[in-house]
Design a protein around this ligand. Structure first.
Ligand code: ZN
Length: 295
């Protein structure tokens, strides 16, 4: 299934005279079954498989794929790319080291693709090998790296540790819609235990992204294109979580009472996020641990 998301949505919105941000605020439900491909701009696509999403760039010299997700997703993605171009996949770029995003790349390795990630990912892959993960062939250590293929360039930016310590944000130089994985899933809540997030670094990275000049982004989960203000909403949620939890810890509130108290305070502003009631108390428990351990 292929949809021209911006165009279709723009037509619909002009009919109802609704701004994009307003629609996104009402949280379009993110599909969790099947797959689809959405064209973001010329040669710039996002592929969704169940609840996960990547981007790929089709150029005159071949294709740059990002997170392969898992073997079945990669197989489906390969078929979808073949419907667009007969050219080979030349690069696979990992957004970060987490297995749910980067398993299944072997199919692209077999056709000769080079695998790229931030250098910090490699230690994780060596520390806990996962047979379905192809080791990177090319890594970079600084804040910036560029991948050129044919007439296109994919800009890679490392913001420091935030979610894991090797996450990169990718933006094609011809379409100003970055691919931002796991730092701000539009309309959703963080996972219950906020696994492998450094809370203060998460806030710092979100502030940096908010300072960038762009209007919308592709996330690693959820809807195809999310308005930038969803990153602000995520930062404000994390800041609220941290401030309210800290306040109760400082007041000496018994630990087992803190989740309910903080949940009630955050509810006024964030109850619209998918899964708020089911998840918020676990988010608070994780934040209590963060203030106990510094991580
Ligand atoms: Zn992750």
């Amino acid at each position: 299934m292929r949809t021209e998301f911006p165009l279709r949505l723009a037509v619909l919105l002009s009919f109802f005279a609704i701004p994009l941000a307003a629609v996104a605020q009402t949280a379009l439900p993110a599909p969790v079954e099947g797959h689809d491909v959405t064209e973001i701009g010329p040669g710039y696509y996002t592929f969704r498989h169940k609840g996960l999403r990547n981007i790929f760039l089709v150029t005159k010299a071949g294709v740059i794929v990002t997170d392969p997700i898992e073997p079945e997703a990669a197989r489906v993605l390969r078929e979808e790319i073949r419907k667009i171009t007969p050219l080979p996949v030349k690069y696979v770029v990992y957004s970060h080291q987490h297995w749910d995003h980067v398993r299944g790349g072997r199919i692209f390795k077999e056709e000769g693709a080079k695998f790229v990630s931030h250098a910090n990912c490699v230690a994780h892959f060596k520390d806990l090998p996962e047979p379905e993960i192809v080791m990177p062939d090319e890594t970079f250590t600084g804040e910036r790296h560029e991948l050129r293929l044919g007439e296109r360039t994919l800009k890679l930016r490392y913001l420091g540790p935030n979610h894991g310590d090797c996450l990169i944000v990718m933006t094609p130089d011809h379409v100003n819609v970055p691919f931002i994985v796991d730092l701000g899933t539009a309309g959703g809540m963080p996972l219950p235990y906020i696994a492998d997030y450094s809370l203060h670094n998460w806030v710092r990275s979100l502030r940096e992204l908010e300072s960038w000049d762009f209007e919308s982004y592709v996330g690693g989960h959820g809807i195809a294109i999310a308005p930038k203000n969803r990153l602000t909403e995520r930062r404000e949620y994390v800041e609220g979580l941290m401030q309210e939890t800290r306040r109760e810890l400082d007041a000496g509130t018994p630990l087992d009472r803190i989740p309910d108290i903080v949940a009630a305070r955050l509810q006024t502003k964030f109850a619209h996020l998918r899964g708020f009631n089911a998840i918020v108390r676990d988010n608070v428990r994780r934040t209590i641990t963060y203030y106990g351990m510094g991580w």
